[in-house]
Design a protein around this ligand. Structure first.
Ligand code: APR
Ligand code: PHB
Length: 396
């Protein structure tokens, strides 16, 4: 960086253009708070990155309130229940009936496209391909960030810094080591996810627990399925041929009846199942949001919903601060978000252990897992408690 980078000032500097950063920028814009979004990757890359896509109703409402739900309302696949298959039996858990709230399938990259479209339309500042973001200072009254924008070295002085740069970003490391503490663990399996031009087997999600491992049927449209297989954690992504993947999915999802509709696989991804919680989500004028602060295994698809909740909470705190000069909501950001993150983590852990066969699992552990599944079928109280967590109602 040269001695005299161009100096800019902005109220809020947002690092990362995933759902957390983009939604925060949008919500701040609605409150009249200026921000700049700095994203390391290209626009094309972030818009094509296929991730999970199961939205809680409160997440849908957040996108509606942000004025970015036109396509979501048209193409989102609203559904009222899910199916759990195990030991040759299947039962439907009618979460809408149990909780009054449905769920919606809508790919995360579509949300990212909608938010980027809205940001550009309103001429909000957003920069892609910014590969050298450096947090130089995090102060009590503001922070300093350096980077290169359109070939020009700049120094951005901001009142608040929002670290929305995911698990591998730079924001987390800007909190001094002595102020940081975190928890992390990994599960001994991964998911091989595929996107396929094939109609979904069912309009509702199917979670299949078998002795061969877990499989999930989800969808993206009436003609596109999203399917996952539990695989060993280090399995090479191209180890299985497409035919082998379809065969294994059919075995786990339908018992090998050949009823699973097949088609061209257009995308593969290997997702490690791991968890991380950063106990310090705020330091002076820096706030961490979404995956920068907490990651959950994908079993319950809570990552996106938790990122959205963080963006809403921080936007509310900043709005309150700029309107009233009171920091109470901002100061409560960490305790509120962290409490919620642990609830999300706990349910994700529950779903993960309910659905997967662990390597070396004992016969007793397997029997207890089956008993837990059976309980959901037999007890409406257990099913309701599960449904409240699945739709996100019982998270603080
Ligand atoms: N500088 C600028 N941008 C960065 C940097 C950096 N040093 N490091 C990472 N980024 C960008 C990434 O390229 C990405 O676009 O930050 C963005 C983080 O976005 P996400 O990973 O989507 O994280 P988040 O917005 O918190 O959303 C969480 O995403 O990973 C899924 O399952 C997760 O659904 C959850 C959601
Ligand atoms: C998805 O559609 O990608 C999805 C759905 C439910 C999950 C995980 C992923 O639990």
């Amino acid at each position: 960086m040269p001695d005299h980078p161009e100096k800019r000032t902005v109220k809020v500097c947002i690092i990362g253009a995933g759902p957390a950063g983009l939604l925060l920028a949008r919500l701040l814009e609605q409150c009249g708070i200026a921000s700049v979004v700095l994203e390391r990757r290209s626009r094309e890359h972030v818009e094509k990155r296929v991730r999970a896509g199961l939205l809680e109703w409160s997440t849908v409402e957040a996108f509606r309130a942000a004025g970015v739900a036109h396509r979501l309302d048209r193409h989102g696949m609203v559904h009222d229940g899910m199916e759990l298959r195990h030991d040759g039996a299947a039962f439907r858990l009618a979460f809408s009936e149990l909780t009054g709230v449905p769920m919606v399938v809508y790919g995360q990259q579509e949300i990212v496209k909608d938010l980027i479209g809205a940001r550009l339309e309103s001429q909000g500042e957003i920069h892609f391909g910014v590969t050298d973001v450096r947090i130089c200072q995090v102060g009590v009254d503001g922070s300093l960030v350096q980077c290169t924008l359109d070939g020009i070295p700049v120094e951005i002085s901001c009142e608040f810094l929002a670290g929305c740069d995911g698990h591998h970003g730079v924001s987390r490391a800007a909190i001094p080591a002595q102020r940081r503490s975190s928890h992390q663990w990994a599960y001994p399996f991964a998911w091989l996810g595929v996107l396929a031009k094939a109609p979904p087997l069912s309009p509702e999600l199917i979670y299949a627990v078998t002795d061969r491992g877990f499989a999930l049927q989800s969808m993206r449209s009436p003609d596109v399925s999203r399917l996952y297989l539990q695989v060993p954690p280090n399995e090479p992504i191209h180890l299985r041929s497409d035919e082998e993947i379809w065969h294994e999915l059919d075995l786990r999802l339908t018992g090998g009846t050949g009823k699973l509709p097949t088609g061209t696989i257009t995308e593969r991804v290997l997702v490690g199942l791991r968890a991380h919680v950063e106990e310090h989500m705020q330091y002076r004028t820096l706030f961490l949001l979404g995956d920068a602060a907490h990651i959950v295994p994908p079993s319950a698809a809570k990552g996106l919903n938790m990122a959205v909740a963080d963006a809403r909470l921080l936007a509310e705190g900043l709005d309150h601060w700029y309107r009233s000069g009171r920091r109470d909501l901002l100061d409560g950001y960490q305790s509120h978000s962290l409490r919620r993150a642990w609830h999300g983590q706990e349910f994700s852990e529950f779903m993960t252990s309910l659905l997967h066969v662990s390597p070396g699992e004992s016969a007793a552990q397997r029997r207890m897992r089956r008993a837990r599944l059976d309980l959901l079928r037999r007890s409406s109280t257990a099913a309701t408690a599960f449904a409240e967590q699945y739709v996100g109602l019982s998270r603080p």
